[in-house]
Structure formats: C-alpha cells, structure tokens
Write a new protein. Structure first.
Length: 277
C-alpha cells in the first residue's frame, strides 16, 4: 500500500466519513434579489420533496391505465381546441374568456425580487406560508454571502413580490440552515379568520380543576421538537406491501384498532395525568 493512501485512510478515520453532498434539483426560476442599488443574482430551487404515495387507476381486466375523455353536460365529446375558460357567476352562468384575454391579464414577467422592507421573521404568520424555495448564488457569491450574514445576525427577513409562472407571489426572503430561502406566502384575503366560525361560538368554559390537570399533562409532555421522530406510517406500510406483492407473498392486512368510547372528561384527564407519572 502506498504511503499517501495510508495517510489518506488515517485522515478519513480521524475526521470520520465525509458528508454526502446534496444533489439539488433543477432551478425553476432565476433572477436577482434587489436591495437598493445592490443586486444579488440567484437561482430558485425547490427545497421540499413530495413523497406522498400516489396510485394510477388501472383496468382490472387488462391491467392498463385508465384514460379520460372530455364531455360537456349535453353529452358530446369535446376536443381541446373547442374549450374556452368560464368565470363562474353561479347558477350555471359564466363569463367567457379566451386564452388571449387571460394572457393579457397576467402580470409582466419579472426576474427581480425587489426587497421592499425588512421585518422580524417571527412577525410573519406561518399560516400564510405556501412553500419554500432555496436561493443559491448565480455568480454572486460575495454579495450572497453578505446578505446571508446580515439576515443571520439580525434575524430579519425581507418581504417583496416575485413573479413566477405568470403569477405574482408575496415572498418572504430569509435565512435558513446556512442558506437564503424564499417562502411564498398567500394574500391576506386567502386565509380564513377562524374566530368568526359559528362552531366556536358559545363553547363551555373549562373548570379550574380541568385547567389544572390539563396544564399538568402539557408540562409532562413538553420537550424539544424533533420532527425526525415522526414517520409516514401509511407510506411505509404501502412500500412494504409493494415489496411483498413483487415477491408473490400474500399480504397480511392488520385490523385497525377500534376507537375507544368517550368517557367523562375529568376521568380521562386524571387517567392521563396518572399514566405520565
């Protein structure tokens, strides 16, 4: 064995295995963050992965996928070129738009996110968050690094507008895990105010003893958040069943537990508090 190879192996053993490099998906937007006269060219990359289980509808007889044809309510098959867009007014009344009219209403394409103002990150209500994009420098490493450091040190996030796929989004640009990310947000009239729900009116006031026991349970169950302990058990069971079916094994279906009947609230609180001792 060569001396250099021995040294490399010793160094690796001392430092531990190298971290696996994150392979990023393709960018879905490129442009610049604009802060006054400072421009930071960036590329936007999806930071989340949708790992939900999905199925195709299959014809049981021949094993081929199901396809759909388009029919109007008169029962006639409709070709794509015959389809226009209708803005529903209710009671089967529509205002008709063609593709050219809809295109004219879309915002002009823009490759600049104008950082209009900085706010405390925790002022942003997470109920307005849609999804988050990773922003990586596009030959702008120095300016990107400065903006990242400013956001990390101050805890501030910048808010602005971002045009992507012909739609204008409110965007919150902030620091996350050694990176700058852009969280797309809903508009103020897109989130309902639950305090106005009739189902929440005139609820009974909890008694002092119920509150006391409830606080005791909350205290005993309080710990630091570790989201990695939560697993998608449905996806895991489906994937296990897939492997069993591939091997030709008989899939054993587990019976679901019966939900216990509701008991007296105080009895349930006492039993729960006792079980946590």
């Amino acid at each position: 064995m060569k001396k250099s190879q021995k040294l490399s192996e010793k160094q690796e053993a001392k430092e531990g295995p190298a971290e696996e490099e994150l392979i990023l998906p393709k960018a879905i937007w490129s442009g610049s963050l604009s802060m006054g006269l400072v421009n930071v060219p960036v590329k936007a990359i999806p930071i989340t992965r949708d790992k939900r289980v999905s199925f195709k509808m299959i014809h049981q007889t021949c094993g081929t996928p199901i396809h759909y044809k388009k029919y109007c309510e008169e029962g006639e098959e409709v070709q794509t070129k015959e389809i226009v867009h209708g803005y529903a007014l209710g009671h089967k009344k529509y205002v008709i738009f063609n593709n050219e009219e809809i295109e004219a209403a879309k915002p002009e394409s823009s490759d600049i996110i104008d950082l209009k103002e900085f706010v405390d990150f925790f002022q942003a209500d997470p109920h307005y968050f849609e999804n988050t994009l990773l922003l990586v420098p596009d030959r702008s490493e120095r300016a990107y690094s400065l903006l990242r450091k400013l956001m990390e040190k101050t805890g501030k996030a910048a808010i602005g507008l971002m045009t992507m796929r012909s739609k204008e989004h409110i965007v919150l640009v902030h620091y996350y895990q050694e990176a700058i990310v852009a969280t797309l947000m809903r508009y103020s009239d897109e989130v309902l105010d639950p305090s106005k729900a009739s189902a929440l009116k005139d609820l009974p006031e909890p008694s002092e003893s119920e509150i006391s026991l409830g606080l005791e349970i909350v205290k005993k169950l309080t710990k630091d958040l570790d989201i990695t302990v939560f697993k998608d058990s449905y996806r895991e069971r489906i994937e296990a069943m897939v492997q069993s079916k591939i091997k030709g094994e008989v899939v054993q279906l587990e019976k679901k537990a019966v939900r216990p009947e509701a008991r007296n609230l105080m009895d349930e609180l006492r039993a729960t508090a006792e079980s946590l001792k």
